[in-house]
Design a protein around this ligand. Structure first.
Ligand SMILES: NC(=O)c1ccc[n+]([C@@H]2O[C@H](COP(=O)([O-])OP(=O)(O)OC[C@H]3O[C@@H](n4cnc5c(N)ncnc54)[C@H](OP(=O)(O)O)[C@@H]3O)[C@@H](O)[C@H]2O)c1
Length: 337
């Protein structure tokens, strides 16, 4: 492959269970030429996110699926290398949904200019990008935490979960995270300052939750669904709030489990369960980004990125995310900044 070709990853076929290498194809293509009003972007960072599993599936959803043979959907950070629009200059750093490829053309309206002085540019698709906005609004606006609340967050070391837990600490809550390895639990407790962590793969989750949440659970930020969520639901308090962000335990099942069966608890506890999409808060993302950048500068908000080198390794990295192999926000370094 020469650096002059447009390497890209396309969807080869649709998985019915867990994705495998055969569902992706790596192709070389010509670098696209920008038309009047467009710019050519060289991708530096590609974000890999669980929602992409949904795009590999046909059927009704909030977004269209990737076509067979189509470039995989994905958020990127890149540099403008050629411009035929006055709104973008060569050298500008931009963020947008340009897919799993080395080069892409775009109109400026589909891009957000990234301020490289705010934070390292990779954060534009991480803690200060879509996952960070998900954590901020899904927790503060849907979870409605109050000082002294006990908060539980699942997939707690991941892109969204690590931010939720730290905002919980900033808001004066007791924060407990669940994660899939002892190293991840150690990270959220000893490096991020969570009050407790539970390895849901090796511990008795019911007993561990009871020990970590002696006053019950006021806010649950659900990234995973499945048996972890079942266990949390049994220990919610009166007027608990359940922010349903993701259900990754179900994404790769050919037959998703028919749940929840714990709705009676919502009645007993007069609790609220609400799903959300990060885009519904889009008009306030910039405001939140500035606030969170301030927390990063003050040291209140830290972030862990899991960087995989090379676009050709994106399928393997994505497959690994579905079983918890990533440790932090999963990024592909597509080219040098
Ligand atoms: N509503 C929205 O607008 C929105 C926006 C962004 C993301 N999301 C959702 O938020 C969730 C987290 O996304 P993210 O980007 O932060 O991903 P992430 O946590 O960085 O990576 C996914 C993690 O999920 C965990 N996981 C995988 N399979 C699991 C299973 N069967 N049961 C329990 N945990 C499992 C793994 O961590 P462990 O090792 O801890 O198991 C894995 O590392 C996803 O469900 C995603 O779809 C929603």
């Amino acid at each position: 492959m020469t650096s002059e070709s447009n390497l890209r990853v396309v969807l080869a076929s649709r998985p019915s269970g867990y994705p495998e290498a055969e569902h992706f194809r790596i192709e070389e293509a010509r670098i696209p030429q920008p038309r009047e009003g467009e710019a050519l972007i060289r991708v530096i960072w590609l974000s890999l996110d669980p929602y992409m599993r949904g795009r590999m599936r046909e059927g009704p959803s909030y977004a269209a699926p990737v076509e067979i043979g189509g470039v995989m959907t994905g958020g990127v950070v890149g540099r403008v290398v050629e411009s035929r629009t006055p709104e973008l200059a060569v050298g500008d750093i931009v963020e947008g949904s340009l897919g799993w490829q080395r080069y892409a053309v775009s109109r400026p309206g589909a891009l957000r200019k990234v301020d490289p002085d705010l934070a390292p540019i990779s954060t534009a698709i991480g803690v200060l990008g879509m996952p960070g906005m998900t954590a901020y609004f899904g927790f503060l606006e849907v979870g409605e935490p109050e000082v002294g609340d006990t908060v539980v967050v699942s997939a707690a070391s991941g892109a969204v979960g690590q931010v939720v837990g730290q905002i919980g600490k900033i808001m004066g809550c007791r924060v407990v995270g669940t994660a899939g390895s002892d190293a991840k639990v150690d990270f959220i407790v000893n490096e991020l300052g969570f009050d407790a962590g539970i390895n849901y793969k090796s511990e008795d989750v019911d007993a561990a939750l009871a020990a970590a949440c002696p006053d019950g659970i006021d806010v649950y930020f659900d990234n995973v669904g499945g048996f972890v969520t079942d266990a949390v639901m049994q220990q919610i308090n009166v007027h608990a709030r359940i922010s349903v962000c993701g259900q990754i335990s179900q994404y790769n099942l050919a037959q998703p489990e028919l749940a929840p069966r714990s709705m009676g608890l919502l009645i007993q506890k007069q609790a609220k369960m609400e799903g959300f999409l990060v885009f519904q808060f889009a008009t306030r993302h910039e405001w939140a980004r500035q606030r969170m950048a301030g927390w990063i500068r003050s040291g209140d908000l830290r972030y862990r990125e899991d960087v995989v080198e090379g676009l050709e390794n994106a399928p393997t990295a994505f497959i690994g995310m579905m079983t918890g192999e990533n440790f932090g926000k999963l990024l592909i370094r597509v080219s040098e900044g």
